[in-house]
Write a protein of this length. Structure first.
Length: 389
């Protein structure tokens, strides 16, 4: 089932044929041992991707459910949470915490900027924080967190480190086994969803809990949810033929295929490819006289917020792109109308980006902003090659 459009938004991302084929396989019973085998393999690959000796949970839901599941199982009602926000999705944890009765404090970065470790430290010094949430790549600003700086800062104060990997997992390294400086300074939870850098249609919430996070759940009296309680899911994730709630069978087929694709590419190669694509896209866009909202040092490898030259009509521009088969997303909140978001993650080939750059350049030209799109494509290719070694 070849894709007819180029879906270059920050998720869902283009779905490759192998995954479409897997999704359309005959539905089995959720207690069938053959299905259990497929699911177990996918879970093992997920543990490998996150390099964790903890537990991973893959259930029906979107990224927002994964955010809620991560908090519900680690921070009890009335306990304190620090939210490190680099934009719209960072802020989403405020609502999630509120619904769960968690006492949340927010460190909100000016849009386009990162929160400095010193700001986090100042908050954590006040004491009593059970956990800190950090958004790996915020989809509203195109800003990525610097884990090398932020993880040790948080862990120094003993709080759990919860990473929102929606828009990052499968495209950026999220290594839960990695010690950030000191032996036990590790990422405790990574939560994500199927439809971004993993490249499966929307429908799955994925959460990995490391040993410290599991210990934290074990000490809690209960969880403010039945469906999201990992104690209900834990036996099922160990033996997927067991029943708690019916698995999204065909989504798991698709997910298992995606995990095979990631393993075959190799995580190191995949992360390098994403970093190179990000650099190449940003350089190509700049060569067309447009700016990227996030500064180069903090820009996410998986998506870009691209600012128009003065005078481009956003709705018209994106409508023309859509007619040409290129789907991009609008900017959010105070940035709305000023540019567009381009997703560049998942199971993509570089041809799609070259084509997209051509269409973007051609359309700008038609709207009275002549640019050299052939040069932009060449810049993309050169910068990619230079960085993908
Ligand atoms: C997309 C996204 C979410 C929300 O995921 P849904 O699947 O839409 O619920 C959360 N966090 C980040 C960083 C995202 O990019």
């Amino acid at each position: 089932m070849p894709n007819k459009e180029m879906l270059l938004i920050p998720g869902p991302t283009p779905v490759v044929d192998e995954i479409y084929e897997a999704l359309s396989r005959e539905t089995m019973s959720h207690t069938d041992m053959r299905f259990a085998g497929i699911f177990s393999e996918a879970l093992a690959q997920t543990r490998k991707m996150f390099n964790t000796d903890g537990e991973v949970f893959v259930i029906a839901g979107s990224g927002t459910l994964a955010m809620e599941m991560a908090l519900a199982n680690t921070v009890a009602r009335g306990e304190k949470l620090l939210i490190v926000s680099h934009g719209y999705f960072g802020d989403r944890f405020i609502g999630v915490a509120k619904a769960l009765g968690i006492e949340a404090e927010v460190l909100a970065a000016e849009w386009g900027k990162q929160i400095e470790p010193s700001q986090i430290e100042e908050k954590l010094q006040q004491g009593g924080y059970k956990a800190v949430t950090v958004t790996h790549a915020d989809t509203s600003t195109g800003v990525a967190a610097n884990l090398d700086k932020v993880v040790p800062t948080v862990k120094k104060y003993g709080a759990l480190f919860i990473l929102d990997g929606v828009c990052a997992s499968g495209g950026l390294e999220e290594d839960m086994g990695k010690a950030y400086g000191t032996d036990d300074y590790k990422i405790d939870v990574v939560l994500t969803a199927s439809q971004k850098a993993i490249g499966v249609p929307p429908g799955l919430a994925i959460v990995a809990f490391g040993p410290k996070a599991l210990e934290s759940r074990a000490k809690m009296d209960g969880v403010n949810s039945y469906y999201m309680d990992i104690n209900n899911w834990s036996p099922v994730m160990k033996e997927p033929q067991k029943y708690f709630a019916t698995h999204p069978i065909n989504m798991i087929y698709g997910y298992a295929e995606a995990m095979k694709i990631i393993a075959a590419e190799g995580t190191a190669a995949r992360y390098r490819r994403h970093a190179a694509i990000g650099k190449a896209i940003r350089a190509a866009v700049r060569s067309m006289g447009m700016n990227i909202f996030a500064a180069e040092e903090v820009a996410a490898p998986t998506l870009s917020c691209i600012l128009y030259p003065e005078g481009v009509n956003d709705a018209e521009f994106r409508a023309v792109l859509a007619k040409k088969g290129l789907i991009v997303a609008g900017l959010l909140a105070s940035l709305a109308g000023k540019g567009f978001r381009l997703g560049h993650m998942g199971n993509t080939t570089n041809d799609i980006f070259c084509k997209a750059l051509e269409i973007i350049g051609e359309t700008l030209g038609e709207m009275g902003f002549p640019v050299d799109s052939a040069k932009a494509v060449q810049v993309f290719k050169d910068v990619f090659t230079e960085n993908n070694k």
